[in-house]
Design a protein around this ligand. Structure first.
Ligand code: BGC
Length: 280
């Protein structure tokens, strides 16, 4: 395929980095998950598009991915439900033969100050953002270990990519459930990476900063909100979902085969303590 097709986002190449691999992306019907599923398909992978609400949106993503000449289907499953995650990976192994790349992306926010935060809101965020990633990683790891390395497909026996956040390390007032879940994702990722590396399974995290998606619409959809947000971003640009999708493709590919147990921050410098640029 020629490089630089007009329908590709600027700065990406059409190299089939993931040709012949099979990927599952959770929460792939919107935002970062959607862009990631599309980018994996463009890179040559077959893609399962997981969603929990809005089947129509998921089907549109599937059609877009099929346009790259790869296989794709949508699968409804709540990542915090053990049986549903087991069933989702079983079906993928049945339909696609196996799984090579698990992108544990599904996540949500339920914001409140600590004194206003209900146990239900705490639990929901931990269940989806942290327990959901544990279940998806566990089921993928079982299949990676069963199958082992297939050298024609990839140098590793499988890749798990945890979608984290700058809030893996940046405390976030008014969001204690979310920040705690992402802090947990950091240690989940590192511990799994340590445990699974001897099996030639690579576990890493991609940690987005402020990306223009529905989850944080209030933070960028008025000029004043965007101006305030940009003060937190040294690179002075709100990220696009494709910024994260491209990072996931790179981490999943053999180009980064020696990257194990790392968090790749994709945040325009948000984790550089921008408040200290002039003070301190
Ligand atoms: C959150 C967004 C937020 C961003 C930067 C993300 O993980 O989901 O709501 O804008 O971090 O603070």
């Amino acid at each position: 395929m020629a490089a630089g097709n007009a329908d590709e986002p600027r700065g990406t190449s059409s190299a089939q980095l993931l040709k012949g691999q099979r990927a599952l992306v959770t929460g792939a019907n919107s935002g970062i998950g959607l862009a990631t599923a599309v980018a994996l398909g463009r890179a040559g992978a077959d893609v399962v598009v997981n969603y929990v609400v809005d089947a129509d949106a998921a089907e549109k993503v599937v059609e877009q991915i099929k346009g790259f000449g790869v296989r794709s289907y949508a699968h409804e499953a709540d990542v915090s439900n053990e049986d549903q995650v087991v069933g989702m990976v079983d079906r993928m192994v049945n339909d696609f033969g196996t799984i090579d790349i698990m992108v544990a992306n599904a996540g949500l926010q339920r914001d409140a100050s600590v004194t206003e935060m209900t146990l239900a809101h705490w639990q929901k965020v931990i269940d989806v953002n942290l327990t959901g990633q544990f279940l998806c990683a566990r089921e993928a790891a079982k299949e990676f270990m069963r199958r082992g390395i297939v050298p024609e497909v990839s140098r590793s026996a499988g890749k798990i990519i945890c979608m984290s956040s700058v809030h893996q390390i940046v405390p976030w007032s008014g969001h204690v459930n979310y920040a705690s879940s992402k802090g947990g994702v950091g240690m989940l990722m590192q511990t799994l990476a340590q445990e699974l590396a001897p099996k030639h399974i690579r576990v890493n995290a991609v940690a987005p900063g402020a990306i223009r998606t529905p989850i944080n619409k209030d933070a960028w959809d008025t000029p004043q909100a965007e101006a305030d947000l940009l003060k937190l971003i040294p690179y002075r640009r709100v990220g696009d979902p494709e910024d994260i999708a491209n990072a996931v493709v790179a981490v999943a590919s053999d180009l980064l085969d020696y990257v194990v147990g790392t968090t790749l921050y994709v945040d325009g410098g948000m984790t550089l303590f921008p408040g200290f640029a002039t003070g301190g």
